[in-house]
Design a protein around this ligand. Structure first.
Ligand SMILES: O=C(O)CCC(=O)C(=O)O
Ligand SMILES: [Fe+2]
Length: 163
């Protein structure tokens, strides 16, 4: 689907994702007690590092918000029987910024505990995040250094946990 949206052959991403470094985790957001302020966040504003994320949210609890192009936070409520799909940084790099990675955060102000399960779909560790043909032009110069997906994720891990 992503390949077709970019006018590419439907198998274009196959060899870049056939040994995908994908993973899933379960997150628990305990109910927050006391005064709830803007400083109390479950997971702060970020974009995911992989190609895209398929997210299961606990039904009936609003917590996830996404930043729209006007820089406003918009609720992304759980809809029964659906997943949220967020684009990640690896797609932004492949498309030289034509696909934007979704900036999002999760704040549990419901008073009850919340679980969510994201499944992060990454490119092969050795896949180069080089721009897809047609995504670089004089009007859209190259925006990112070309590195591998593994190098990218390692740099984000070091930035996030390396202190
Ligand atoms: O819990 C959520 O709804 C979002 C989780 C998330 O953004 C993440 O794990 O990267
Ligand atoms: Fe995320």
């Amino acid at each position: 689907m992503f390949a077709l949206a970019l006018d590419l052959d439907e198998n274009y991403f196959h060899e870049k994702t056939n040994k995908a470094a994908s993973f899933m985790r379960t997150l628990h957001y305990p109910p927050q007690e006391g005064v709830v302020t803007e400083r109390i966040l479950g997971i702060g504003a970020h974009s995911d590092w992989e190609c895209f994320t398929i997210l299961w949210q606990e039904p009936g609890i609003q917590a996830l918000q996404v930043l729209n192009s006007q820089k406003e936070w918009i609720n992304a409520p759980p809809i029964p029987g659906t997943f949220v799909v967020n684009l990640g940084d690896q797609f932004a790099r492949w498309t030289n910024g034509i696909f934007k990675s979704t900036v999002h955060r999760a704040i549990n102000r419901s008073g009850v505990r919340r679980y969510s399960i994201p499944f992060f779909v990454g490119a092969n560790w050795d896949a180069k995040l080089e721009p897809i043909p047609g995504c670089v032009s004089p009007e859209r110069p190259l925006q990112y250094d070309v590195i591998t997906a593994g190098e990218y994720v390692r740099s984000k891990l070091a930035e996030t946990y390396g202190h």
